[in-house]
Design a protein around this ligand. Structure first.
Ligand SMILES: O=C(O)c1cccc(C(=O)CC[C@H]2O[C@@H](n3cnc4c(=O)[nH]cnc43)[C@H](O)[C@@H]2O)c1
Length: 232
């Protein structure tokens, strides 16, 4: 099977890369062979524009049995724990729209600039397909993708009032959008590094999130390499 593991930054999947270097056959700078799997690594860059270009360019020339986006994320849902690893099963572009004169936000979808049901959107969301090797041991959550990480109480309260999303990242929706349009089976796996709250960098635990994320990735890679199957 041909597997893609993509991340915004190199540090988010560095432990996986080190593990592949020690435990698999290196094909080139970004590809490894392990059992029945070829594993390609992709670093897209942070944010919607960089990741959208990266996925669009890659999927124009290459398809995969399974594409996994892996990274850290902020939790809007306080029931999620720092360090917890989740799978994001629906996405949205959380701040794509206009700021009104009174400071309120109107989304591009409610303005009709994007049709809420224009494929691959379904009711304004980007739902993940089911049955693409979804790991049942991970909690399923809803995600949203923003250009600007929230850090001010008033804007966070307003955002919570207009989204049902449980986690926030800066690339999830670009990945889901590209995969859905290219009919590319995909999974988005995120580890919670912080809560979406008044900016407090000291409360982030990036090492814990990255450690837990990469343990899940290594477990999944070993299972997929052993079985050579993504479905199920
Ligand atoms: O050090 C910081 O203050 C900082 C702020 C934003 C992002 C980072 C990163 O390390 C970038 C990696 C990745 O992290 C995702 N992420 C993590 N937490 C959040 C969040 O609360 N809201 C949105 N995105 C988040 C994001 O996908 C970045 O690509 C460091």
């Amino acid at each position: 099977m041909h597997l893609l593991i993509a991340s915004a930054t190199g540090f988010e999947i560095a432990p996986l890369e080190e593990w592949l270097q020690a435990n698999s056959h290196r094909i080139n700078n970004f590809s490894y062979r392990l059992g029945h799997a070829q594993i390609d690594l992709l670093i897209t860059g942070v944010g919607i524009p960089l990741s959208a270009y990266s996925f669009g360019r890659l999927f124009a020339k290459q398809s995969y049995d399974l594409a996994i986006q892996a990274g850290i994320a902020g939790a809007l849902d306080r029931n999620l724990e720092i360090g917890e690893v989740v799978q994001v099963t629906s996405e949205s572009f959380g701040d794509l729209g206009v700021e009104e004169a009174d400071g309120s936000f109107t989304s591009a979808i409610s303005m009709g600039l994007i049709d809420a049901n224009q494929p691959p959107f379904v009711k304004g969301l980007l739902p993940s397909p089911t049955g693409t090797g979804t790991p049942s041991f991970l909690k399923s959550v809803t995600g949203t993708t923003v250009m600007k990480v929230h850090g001010q109480e008033e804007s966070i309260t307003a955002f919570r009032n207009r989204t049902d999303a449980q986690v926030e990242s800066m690339e999830g929706a670009s990945f889901a959008y590209a995969c859905l349009l290219e009919q590319q089976p995909f999974l988005q796996i995120r580890a919670i590094s912080n809560y979406v709250e008044k900016r407090n960098r000291d409360a982030w635990d990036i090492p814990l999130a990255i450690g837990n994320l990469n343990q899940v990735l290594m477990d999944m890679v070993q299972i997929l390499a052993a079985t050579g199957r993504a479905g199920g």
